[in-house]
Design a protein around this ligand. Structure first.
Ligand SMILES: Cc1cc2nc3c(=O)[nH]c(=O)nc-3n(C[C@H](O)[C@H](O)[C@H](O)COP(=O)(O)OP(=O)(O)OC[C@H]3O[C@@H](n4cnc5c(N)ncnc54)[C@H](O)[C@@H]3O)c2cc1C
Length: 435
């Protein structure tokens, strides 16, 4: 097993389908010497670039520092599923944090998707954007869970969910594996690396600077004017925003215990051809099931099956991603037995103990946001806008998030991955026996 949360090698993209089909090839500029700016953002994923775009649109001078290349982290490797909401369900949020927090979060969980679509359309980003996501249920207990979710979302003003019985689901996703599901027409999917590369270009069109292949080794956040250091340079800014998520690691020791890196894996088949692809997912929507350790899949624009699943706590790569995911793919679609797999890769997301993402501050002028717990495509865009609002003087929504309590993982840095693995066995067992 090799650990991926470092900048080993030259910071090249993993050998993913996304890297092979990206429509922007950048020439990275490294940070050299000293730069002075209004705002310095660390990390060129969705969180960093959404923050940077919103600030640049307001007229701020912003520099983004990326350790590898734009979208090298989760934002350029993910399932491409635009799923509304945070990983933690609204019922969990209500139970853990109270009615006010649930009402606040319930009121904004669709905003991230709207921000993403606004950026795509305003800056004309070519990322194969499609509508609709489906939650698929294996058991009656899963269906009940989805029905409860629909009721709760309605309570907070979202009425876009449609329950699907077995036959209705089969018309959208042609798999015998499921007994039903729920459709969210305001969800969707896209090519994640082309989205983040398009966002980088949008930010640069607003006058922003991006330095790549420049890992930040240290952040002096105690000074009134914080400074970010790399091997060859430094950026002094009025405000620093840390958006390194699962890959930030030890560069900012103060944030390490807040989230744990967890890897999840993806495979992409060879092109299936129009006929077979349309037969398997006639709706061309994306699908995720509702188990604790879930499968998520969709068709690419060139009609490949893009299929993800599995988790490894601690963030290491399994030795053989195809061997791990092929059985799951063939269980959902027996027609794909033995299909050629063209690409396989792994990536890390940041898990928070409560599964609610966090934003806050270390030092008066250094902000951070992370911990979308595997559902971050929309959340990262929402957090980017919220951070930009806060930096621009409206702290109201930032304060609500900053106030939410967070908890370190049991077991500390040494044993948290083992503890979490044991916990997930329990949930996987419950999924397997249908509890
Ligand atoms: C395989 C996979 C599948 C997923 N599928 C989905 C999905 O289908 N739908 C969904 O909603 N979510 C999904 N997620 C989660 C989602 O991709 C993330 O929540 C989201 O992309 C997080 O964005 P981010 O910008 O916060 O972090 P990242 O995209 O990880 O960006 C962080 C960036 O910071 C840089 N960085 C870190 N440390 C430093 C440093 N010291 N110096 C300089 N730069 C640094 C990294 O190189 C990286 O580019 C998935 C995640 C993975 C890994």
């Amino acid at each position: 097993m090799s650990v991926t949360n470092s900048y080993a090698g030259d910071g090249s993209y993993p050998t993913s389908y996304y890297a092979a089909s990206r429509n922007v090839i950048r020439t990275p500029v490294k940070l050299q010497g000293r730069v002075e700016t209004d705002i310095c953002v660390v990390g060129a994923g969705y969180t960093g670039l959404a923050t940077a775009i919103h600030l640049a649109e307001k007229g701020y001078k912003v520099a983004v520092i990326e350790g590898a290349q734009v979208g090298w982290g989760a934002s350029g490797r993910n399932g491409g599923q635009i799923v509304n909401g945070l990983n933690a369900s609204l019922s969990t949020i209500q139970r853990r944090f109270g009615e006010d927090a649930a009402r606040f979060i319930g009121g904004l969980v669709q905003e991230g998707g709207r921000i993403l679509r606004r950026i795509v359309s305003h800056y004309r980003i070519d990322c194969d954007l499609k509508s609709g996501n489906i939650y698929a249920a294996y058991t009656d207990a899963h269906m009940k869970e989805l029905e409860a979710k629909q009721v709760l979302w309605r309570k907070y003003g979202m009425d876009d969910h449609l329950m699907l019985d077995r036959d209705a689901l089969r018309k959208l996703v042609n798999s015998e594996a499921y007994c039903g599901g729920m459709l969210d027409i305001t969800g969707g999917h896209m090519h994640p690396l082309n989205l983040v590369l398009g966002e980088a270009r949008a930010f640069e069109s607003l006058g922003g600077s991006i330095y790549e292949m420049s890992p930040v080794t240290r952040v002096d956040y105690k000074a009134a004017r914080p400074t970010v250091y790399t091997k060859a340079g430094e950026v002094s800014a009025r405000i620093v925003v840390l958006c390194g998520n699962a890959y930030l690691g030890e560069a900012v020791p103060e944030l390490v215990s807040r989230v744990m890196p967890v890897s999840t894996q993806m495979i992409t088949t060879a092109p299936l051809g129009e006929e077979l692809a349309d037969m398997l997912i006639p709706s061309d929507m994306c699908v995720e099931d509702v188990r604790y350790i879930l499968d998520y899949f969709r068709l690419s624009a060139d009609k490949r099956m893009v299929f993800g699943g599995g988790t490894v706590y601690g963030g290491s790569d399994p030795a053989d991603v195809v061997a791990k995911l092929r059985p799951n793919l063939e269980k959902v679609f027996p027609r794909l037995k033995g299909v050629k797999i063209d690409y396989a890769w792994s990536g890390n997301f940041a898990l928070s103990f409560t599964r609610v993402p966090q934003m806050g501050r270390i030092g008066a002028n250094t902000y951070f946001a992370h911990g979308y717990s595997g559902h971050g495509v929309t959340g990262s865009h929402l957090f980017g806008r919220t951070l930009a609002e806060a930096i621009d003087g409206d702290q109201s929504r930032f304060d609500m998030f900053e106030k939410l309590p967070w908890y370190p993982f049991p077991g500390g840095r040494m044993f948290r991955a083992q503890y979490s693995t044991i916990g997930s066995w329990w949930y996987s067992f419950k999924d397997a026996v249908g509890w």
